[in-house]
Design a protein around this ligand. Structure first.
Ligand code: ADP
Length: 731
């Protein structure tokens, strides 16, 4: 839809009015007292005519002035309603001048001449008010709506003018009213009718937030209209007297309009109240409602005018009526043309929209087709669940892996199909339940699914919740059968374990024999022979270490290695590790400095000493001779953190994580030159994980490295302050 819609600006935070919040109720109460009082005086009490006239003047002037002041104050605050209040304030001012001059001329100067100066002000007032009513911010404005509204007002006005001129005025022409007088008296109801039409249409278009003030404005105009109509008729007959019940229409009219300016409502265009529909649709809908109202209002006076013309065809000789009639017909025609054009445009827009929607529908269908083909082609199992855990769709791979037809699965509870339990268990136990309850994606986790025949298979799955804005519409689960991979892994582990064991026995024998040869028991060796034997011994030692490490890591990761947890003072563990590393450090001429050590951990002491020895061993290995290695322990929340720092070559940033993987080294020459296997840190991480702890490295290359091991803290060891655990031996 290409049509432009002008949207009246919304002030998100309405400017604060200078009026106190209690102004409107107090004013309303005062106004009610004034109106009732006036009614009582004029109807019930037998007050002399002069007194009633005075009372009428005393009330109409301030009532009109209150309108000018109330609207004037609102008009000073910038807001979308500012122009409206400016129009109302000007109208109020004009009415104040009209009422004031009427009081002075008629009652003080006793000068009875109608039309006169007050009529100028009376007739001027509706002009700014009409402009103000046309400027009421009504949200999205459909192009042409204002013009149509104005035309409708003019048609109503001319229709009324026609009727008034032809029916009411001939009745009073006997008084010899001048042509000017006839025009003036006819102009009053006509202008009032325009005002009433504009106010009523603005009220119909208003949203809930501005309906109150517009209702008061419309009611005020209606009261004023009633009083004006009666005044004109009586004045034309020469029977009007100030101070009658009739004057209450003006007083109440002014006060109601003033009250409208005092009512505190947010200055928002009404469109803002209905965010669901598009601005354009909203504009059209409000416009259609306004159109329905104006059509009824427009055709009533027109019908009356036609009835008059048909009933008294003789009156049509009056040139004023002829001109008015022609003008009326032209305006009705113009309005109709506008309506037709707009309807045509609307129909065209709607057709456009339908075409676009259809095209978009086709695109969506294509996209949906494509998506379902993609999902169907995926080799992994994919299925969706609703927020209650019921399966909503299944791809062929998932159906095949689960051994069921897709339509058997759709609609069933996933827990029942996959695990043979009914409800979606929320929380850590079930990844799907967790994703649905916490609305977070759950990344690859291991689980076991059940097939239709009752057999189970291991899977790895990932779950993503589907959120539409704030609303959870379900989750999508992607899984893969990992039984084949698990079998291969098991075979590999068994192979490594068997090979390691099988290698260890002959290797021990070789190492032993080499040791004997090296000691000279089997005869003296020349220098070259001794060197070759030394190399063979070093290589056998390295191979033994490698095999031991491999068996170690296998045992820890498979859980075969049982951890014996106890409360250990960190100091005790550090002391054992430093003691174990003493000779190596001395060999490398590196000093190990123990810093502040505090805290107690729940741990398998042997394994933690093993980790610390590995960290200290690396730190010593990568320090220059004469260097320092520091070790310290501190508590941090529920954790106790061990720290080993060296000042060696450091570790590049991209290797800080990978060095914890098996056989990963910063430099491929490290194994050769520094004698490592690349398994030490992998073992350390496995041990840390088995303890529920963490291990990581930090480094600035060239300035050394710091390794930290965080373990769950334990309550301090009671009594001595030393360890209650015992160290079986150092590894
Ligand atoms: P290795 O038996 O090779 O020492 P680790 O797993 O203990 O095996 O260490 C892996 C690699 O991490 C080492 O080969 C070395 O490249 C790097 N590394 C470990 N500690 C340090 C350190 N303190 N300074 C520099 N590099 C280190």
């Amino acid at each position: 839809m290409t049509r432009e819609v002008s949207v009246v600006e919304t002030s998100a935070d309405p400017p604060r009015s200078r009026l106190s919040p209690s102004a409107a109720p107090v004013f309303a109460l005062g106004a009610a007292v004034v109106v009732l009082g006036y009614l009582l005086v004029t109807v019930a009490a037998s007050v002399p005519a002069a007194g009633r006239e005075l009372l009428s003047d005393l009330l109409t002037v301030p009532a009109a002035a209150s309108l000018a002041v109330a609207a004037g104050r609102r008009a000073r605050t910038p807001s979308p309603w500012q122009r409206t209040w400016q129009g109302v304030a000007l109208a109020g001012l004009s009415w104040t001048l009209a009422e004031g001059s009427y009081a002075v001329i008629t009652h003080l100067l006793q000068w009875v001449a109608a039309p006169g100066l007050p009529d100028v002000f009376y007739l001027l007032a509706p002009v700014p008010l009409a402009v103000g009513l046309l400027r009421v911010p009504v949200g999205p404005v459909v192009p042409g709506a204002r013009l149509r509204l104005l035309l409708s007002g003019l048609v109503v006005a001319l229709g009324l003018f026609f009727v008034t001129w032809s029916v009411v005025l001939p009745a009073v022409t006997t008084r010899g009213t001048s042509m000017l007088g006839r025009v003036v008296f006819t102009a009053y109801p006509v202008l009032d009718a325009v005002l009433l039409t504009l106010a009523a249409v603005a009220l119909v278009r208003a949203g809930p937030s501005t309906r109150g003030r517009l209702a008061l404005l419309t009611l005020g105009v209606l009261c004023y209209f009633g009083a004006d109509g009666a005044y004109n008729y009586l004045e034309a007959l020469g029977r009007y007297a100030s101070g009658s019940v009739l004057d209450v229409g003006w007083i109440a009219g002014y006060l109601l309009m003033a009250l409208a300016a005092l009512v505190r409502e947010p200055d928002r265009p009404d469109g803002a109240d209905r965010p669901a529909a598009s601005a354009d649709t909203r504009g059209h809908r409000a416009d259609q409602r306004a159109l329905a109202v104006t059509s009824v209002v427009v055709y009533l006076p027109t019908a009356a005018a036609i009835a008059v013309a048909v009933s008294w065809p003789g009156r049509l000789a009056d040139p004023v009526l002829v001109v008015t009639g022609i003008l009326l017909l032209v305006l009705i025609g113009l309005r109709q043309v506008l309506l037709t054009v707009d309807n045509g445009r609307l129909t065209h827009d709607l057709e456009d929209q339908v075409v676009q929607l259809r095209r978009r529908g086709d695109e969506f269908r294509q996209l949906a087709d494509q998506n379902s083909r993609v999902v169907a082609a995926v080799a992994e199992g994919v299925f969706g669940v609703d927020p209650d855990g019921r399966i909503t769709f299944v791809n062929p791979a998932a159906a095949q892996m689960l051994g069921r037809a897709a339509d058997q699965l759709v609609g069933a509870r996933e827990g029942r199909v996959l695990h043979d339990h009914e409800a979606v268990p929320a929380g850590a136990g079930c990844p799907i339940g967790l994703a649905l309850s916490e609305r977070v994606p759950v990344d690859t986790v291991a689980d076991v699914f059940r097939r239709a025949d009752g057999t189970t298979f291991p899977v790895e799955l990932a779950v993503g919740p589907i959120l539409l804005g704030d609303r959870l519409s379900g989750a999508v689960v992607v899984f893969r059968d990992v039984s084949a991979r698990r079998a291969v892994e098991r075979m590999k582990d068994e192979f490594i374990s068997v090979v390691s064991h099988e290698l260890r026995t002959p290797l021990t024998a070789i190492r032993g024999s080499l040791g004997i040869v090296a000691s000279g028991v089997a005869g003296d060796l020349d220098q070259r022979g001794t060197r070759l034997i030394e190399i063979a011994v070093r290589s056998a030692d390295r191979l033994t270490r490698l095999i031991n490490d491999m068996l170690d890591i296998e045992r820890i990761e498979s859980g075969a290695e049982v951890m014996r947890f106890a409360a250990w003072e960190a100091r005790s563990l550090v002391e054992q590790a430093v003691e174990g590393m003493g000779p190596t450090a001395a060999d490398h001429r590196v000093e190990i400095v123990v810093g502040p050590v505090a805290g107690t951990v729940q741990a398998d002491g042997d394994r933690i000493v093993q980790v610390l020895i590995n960290l200290l061993g690396n730190a010593v290995k990568f320090s220059e001779p004469g260097g320092r290695v520091e070790v310290a322990v501190g508590s941090s929340g529920a954790e106790v953190v061990f720290r080993v720092t060296d000042h060696g070559r450091g570790i590049p940033g991209d290797k800080l994580e990978t060095i914890f993987e098996r056989f990963e080294q910063v430099d491929s020459s490290d194994a050769r030159e520094k004698g490592g296997t690349g398994l030490g840190l992998a073992i350390c991480r496995s041990i840390a994980h088995r303890h529920g702890g963490r291990i990581w490295a930090e480094s600035r290359p060239g300035e050394g490295a710091t390794f930290r091991l965080a373990l769950p803290a334990s309550d301090p060891v009671p009594g001595t302050g030393s360890s209650v655990g015992t160290v079986a031996g150092l590894v």
